[in-house]
Design a protein around this ligand. Sequence first.
Ligand SMILES: [Zn+2]
Length: 425
Amino acid sequence: MAAPPPKKQGTTNTYRPPKNTRAIVLRCALAAVVGTLLFFLVRPFFIDIAPPRPSETPETSAPAETEEPSEPPTPTPEEVPIVRYGGVVEQLFFNQVIAYPALAFDGDKYEADFDRYKLTADEFKRILQSLYDNNYILVNMNDVWAEERNPAGEYRMVRAALMVPKDKKPVVLSFDDINYYDSERANGLMQKLIIGRDGEIWSYGKGPDGNDVVTQDLDAIAILDKFCREHPDFSLNGARGCISLTGYQGVLGYRTNTSTTDLSPEFEEARQKEIAAVRPVITKLKAEGWYFACHTYAHSALSKTKLEAASADLDRWMREVAPLTGSTQIVTYPMYNRLDGKDTGTPGECFLYYQSQGFRIFCADGKEAFSKLKESVSAVTVDRMLCGGLTLRNQRERYSRFYDAKEIWDDTRPLGVRGFTRAWE
Ligand SMILES: [Zn+2]
């Protein structure tokens, strides 16, 4: 509905008050002058009987709570000082999330592992919101350490000067096995990452009825990517997460792997098409702030692997995966198996082989974020904390600084059947 037109005030555009109004204005002005004079005459009397301000009572050690009633300036986000962070950089890691819990928690042979190591999409979203609400900020793992040459001329890893907004706590998020394995595709997880018509990262999969689904809400990478776009201050310098890849079923949902049994030209032709299709996805991910890690080629248990097998596995990763992702200095151990047993002690021959191939950051899992700079070789070993059903069910206290498992918990998880419990019951 349109507003009524304003009343006309004569023929000109200037407003002149009527004569009786002018008289009222003059009287008001006179009253104001008299009032001001009276105020200054009696002011000393009021000051004498006023109570002392808290800052004038030195007996108390409590800080003065009330100063002058002037409004403190509200700092804008740009005004938060950036400071060097010297504390522990938290490290949380995830696996791909479950898109359709009814398909994952169906009592089959995969159910227990999916429950232990994975989150549902809803749980993952709630964790991101909780991290954000608790003032965590994403940082790139590559920015936490740096390689420097010491006075003896040797290169060693050192803690980098990590600069963060004063009110924020840095956290590194990493995502293991973002390969979209056949077993996951068949059990309620998405199928691959794609670039949508809007140029952003989306995921493609099949719904419970076999229908095509393209979404940013059911896949860990797409969910975090979207969350960072909606909350730019959740990310330091545009950092996203670390994507750990094996190679034996390709990468990111594209079957880029070679076969030792099918040597047909048809297989190779299909493989080359997958390679061509995944390249723009990787380019987009890197432009968004994602970065990659080696998770071995065959998801190998490295603590039990001899040098010959470990080096052959890594060489295959370097031939098939590194040319797509680019080189990386990060390795994440599959199945929580450290290289050469105790990697915090003297490095073994498998560890040294990885190091000789350019790896500097060696990630295991642990109960707390932990890191140790190697003294004898340029490398740092890191422990990351698992976010999955295992820790949701049993380690609520340990994760309470990040989120409350009770609030994160998805009721679609099995409970009270087939031995599934949770510790806070
Ligand atoms: Zn893994």
